[in-house]
Design a protein around this ligand. Sequence first.
Ligand code: COA
Length: 322
Amino acid sequence: MNLQILGTGSALPKEVLTNKQLESIVETTDEWVKERTGIAQRHVSTGETVASLATDAAKKALDAAGKSAEDVELIIVATCSPELALPCVACQVQAEIGASKAVAFDLNAACSGFLFALNTAYSYFSSGLYKNAVIIGAEVLSKIIDWTDRGTCILFGDGAGAVYVEANNELPDNYKFVQYANGSKGMVLTCGLRDLDNPLHKEELMKKYVWMDGREIFQFAVRQVSACIEELLEKANVAKENIDYYVLHQANARIIEGISKRLKEDLSKFPTNVEHVGNMSSAAIPVLLDESIKNGTVKKGQTLVLSGFGAGLTYGASVITL
Ligand code: COA
């Protein structure tokens, strides 16, 4: 079964927050942030929501594919920062774009979410249940960031990316993936949601902002992502020479450099946009993919590795020939 990415789209909030502006919010410098992370600025919501950004990205992906929302069978939104617990973002997108025949649901695997959602669509396609889908990664992380914590607030940004995908049984298999979770390490990257508050019991459970052990995550990312890409390529029987680009989760430019070193692959095979968007969690991979297609870097016929990692801890990698 051939997984065809027929259209991509992305949406970023209109306002930008630069490192220079952050200097007046927390004790940091533009130089420190650039040197340790590669990030110079990030887009931050001044009213855009996960649902509005996801809808915008989905419409652009459908337009790029030349497809009508009425024919969409499946919508999955990967997000860890929805505004509403109910209804899910995917159902809001469904209503906004008029995809009345689609089944729609959200999936939370943090920064691996988009990839896990794509794997879910592929598995549905393989079973014959659906034959097309809109897969979206969308986040407004700025509302769950502690803007007094200089160790985290410098890293994250808001945005959404989407792909329209179709199954094609006439063409050869072009997609393989590996995906993992390690819940025993889950408490190194956390964010509380609601406290216990019922007639019998009240208890504050956890901080309502993103908290993380940055160094632990850094090491986990470099080690596990490179190992799982090696495993994927062996499983898929694809040599590294045949990989055109590695479209990785954009958390930190130094993590990407570390992965490229471990894989012994030239850094020029790793497109990045972290400099101008920061870490957008589940939106990172589809936004980078969209930008790389639009600027002519990524083209039809090329073979890509997509790889994500994040809270959970979750991680995975996929190889696709476009
Ligand atoms: N500006 C200036 N100094 C800062 C700072 C900031 N924004 N943030 C932290 N520091 C300080 C620390 O307080 C520390 O000072 P100390 O030595 O006096 O205690 C020093 O810089 C070094 O901190 P450290 O945490 O060791 O820095 P680092 O090189 O590990 O970089 C991160 C910190 C967060 C940038 C890095 O660990 C990272 O990117 N980790 C991965 C996080 C991530 O990607 N999470 C999401 C995964 S999906």
